[in-house]
Design a protein around this ligand. Structure first.
Ligand code: NAD
Ligand code: TYD
Length: 353
């Protein structure tokens, strides 16, 4: 079986659902259920005996040691993190606590566990750490995409905390022989993404008739990766990735934020006609330190492991919009209470450019 952390969040939950459908091997899912964790994401496997949910923190050494001892997973896949750049600007401490200190504790407990395993289990064991392209900093308009050898240059408290975690993962391999794998992926989108992130936030506001707040001039570029393609990449890295290596995962779909929002408005107009959603686009004050461009060079994972994204940006976005339209109860459930507090903090009056 495998131990997944952060499996009630956006990518983790998609991964668990995909894993059970495609591989079928049992999963223990450790998640603290922060504002971003949602058991509703896992409703489809609520009664599935192959899935066991445990509420807890990756930094809780006793709990993690106990789970490793009890279940003896062949792999740990670490998705658990604080993930929203804007929140890291308003409150970086939680990012250091989970992404740095929490990952350190998880690595350390895994190391002790790994060292005591019998040889056959040791040979199979993997620690796969899910990271981000944001650790590489910002690209100029004509620069080549980030490769696995691009120097780290994180610019936000979020990316700095992820970079620190990546360095610890690397060090645990070099120093203690922990069999680690690291993936650095670009911006994901798809079903079950919390509506603080660009695409679900714009969807939510569009259908509610609210402004679509584009930061700055809307010219910042991201490389959009459909979450199902990301889950497939993690599966191949886990099965065939070379221990100690890092793999960059991207969608080959660079778009400016304005292009993303306009495409979303067009697709929404096709699936839920009746209004020109583009009229709701509003330019607002830019995010401090806003990275201009991210792009991934995914040559290595293609060459070594045969992975390539299946979805185009249009097909992935059409599937995503369809999911959100069909799951309005999911969206309503996650956009109450705490969510409204966040929206009023981040999009405070006067922020409109
Ligand atoms: P998310 O914010 O949707 O989910 C994070 C999950 O981790 C939540 O379920 C939360 O409850 C859980 N969690 C947080 N702190 C925890 C702790 N201390 N112990 C246990 N669980 C904890 O995030 P996501 O978008 O699913 O991202 C998953 C991983 O992928 C993260 O490591 C993130 O850095 C990375 N990543 C995400 C993207 C993206 O576009 N979403 C891009 C690149 C990399
Ligand atoms: P986001 O989804 O927060 O991901 P990240 O910052 O990790 O790339 O944002 C994606 C892009 O969209 C980023 O350039 C910031 C921009 N953005 C907006 O223009 N408006 C918004 O309301 C949000 C949330 C993001």
């Amino acid at each position: 079986m495998i131990l997944v952390t952060g499996g009630a969040g956006f990518i983790g939950a998609n991964f668990v659902l995909d894993w059970l459908a495609q591989v079928g091997e049992p999963v223990v899912n450790l998640d603290r259920l922060t504002y971003a964790g949602n058991l509703g994401n896992l409703a489809a496997v609520k009664d599935d005996r192959r899935h066991q949910f445990v509420r807890g923190d990756i930094g809780d050494r006793g709990l993690v040691a106990n789970l490793l001892e009890t279940h003896r997973p062949r792999a740990i896949i670490n998705f658990a993190a604080e993930t929203h750049v804007d929140r890291s600007i308003h409150g970086p401490a939680a990012f250091i606590e989970t992404n740095v200190v929490g990952t350190f504790a998880l690595l350390d407990v895994a190391r002790t566990h790994f060292a005591a395993l019998p040889p056959i289990e040791r040979a199979q064991f993997r620690f796969l750490h899910v990271s981000t392209d944001e650790v590489f900093g910002s690209l100029g308009p004509d620069e080549a995409g980030f490769s696995e050898t691009t120097a780290y240059a994180p610019n936000s408290p979020y990316s700095a905390s992820k970079a620190a975690a990546d360095h610890l993962v690397r060090a645990y391999h070099h120093t203690y022989d922990l069999p680690v794998l690291t993936t650095n992926c670009s911006n994901n989108y798809g079903p079950r993404q919390f509506p603080e992130k660009l695409i679900p936030l714009m969807f939510h506001n569009a259908v509610a008739g609210k402004p679509l707040p584009v930061y700055g001039d809307g010219g910042n570029v991201r490389d959009w990766l459909f979450v199902g393609d990301h889950c497939a990449a993690i599966r191949v890295v886990l099965e065939r990735g070379r221990v100690g290596e890092t793999y960059n995962v991207g969608g080959s779909a660079e778009r400016t934020n304005l292009e993303v929002v306009e495409t979303l408005c067009r697709i929404l107009g096709e699936q839920k006609p009746g209004r020109d959603y583009r009229k709701q686009i509003t330019f607002v004050k830019d995010r401090p330190g806003h990275d201009r461009r991210y792009a991934i060079d995914a040559t290595k994972i293609g060459r070594e492991l045969g992975w390539a994204p299946r979805e185009t940006f249009d097909s992935g976005l059409a599937a995503t919009v369809r999911w959100y339209l069909e799951n309005s109860a999911w969206l309503a459930a996650v956009t109450s209470g705490e969510y409204h507090k966040w929206v009023s903090l981040n999009y405070a009056a006067g922020a409109v450019a």
